[in-house]
Design a protein around this ligand. Sequence first.
Ligand code: PMV
Length: 321
Amino acid sequence: MITARAHTNIALLKYWGKKDSELILPYNDSISLTLDQFYTDTSVEFSQHLKKDEISVDEKPLTGSGLTRAKRVLDLVRGQAQIHTAARVYSTNHVPTSAGLASSASAFAALAAASAKAAGLTLDKRALSILARHGSGSASRSIFGGFVHWHAGTDNQSSYAESIQSKVDWDINLITVLINTNEKKVSSTNGMQSVVKTSPFFPAWVKAAQADVAPMTEAILNKNLAKLGTLAEENAMRMHATTFGADPSFTYFQPQTLAILNTVRNLREQGVKCYSTVDAGPNVKVICAKADNELLLTQLAKIVGHDALSICNPGPGVTYL
Ligand code: PMV
């Protein structure tokens, strides 16, 4: 039985649109920050005694598209290891719904690492990233800690993540702002499909996101919070613009999402270095310096209350327990 731990990540430049939905190849590169507090622990054993895969998440049997994706990862591992045995998988998410974060990135990164080792494979991090990508695109990035770059690539082997800066020794953290824990109406998979097919803004989004990869990498290496935050906020707004342009139009924003975006903008006008990013849901993540945490918590709590806020620091890559 092998157990791996992987942490969630938040994209500063987003993955939004699949060029190949079988292989999960994105249209553009993305860049993320792995977070310290939220993670998934996954244990895997392959056993002759099992007739079929048994997969549980938080002590419940996995079903639906999660099950299909998990089996896809296990099948790839079996293929590479040339084994035919079924697997028992136990997964525990330490990603509280109260944080408003998705657990698919940490879950599939942990599954890839644990299942590869349990099958006797010795894969390097690039190979693990490629494997995790088949569960969920963003999982390819959670193999690494700190700031991470997922190269879109053009085929299975060229689409992988790598580290930009694994030890983040400068003043940056992120505040998660929970607005709604309900399951979203439009999953990221469906949202991406819709904008790729119908949004006239989609090609412009891809072009703008790709053009920001080099400046974002430079901002990270130069430890330039203002540049990094500005690029991240612009990128998130452009991603959400694709949804407004879709047919039928949709949005992940809720009234409180806009209220938080406005507060962050107003504080910035007053000289606070704070920037918003939003994924495929209503919750906002505020990128800021640790020195401004208290001030931001006070201002953000006026809209959502203190319980809806969590502070996250940069976190590590996948490890074996
Ligand atoms: O990895 P998925 O299929 O859950 O998609 C993630 C999409 C976004 O969170 C919106 C962006 C990203 O790059 O993480």
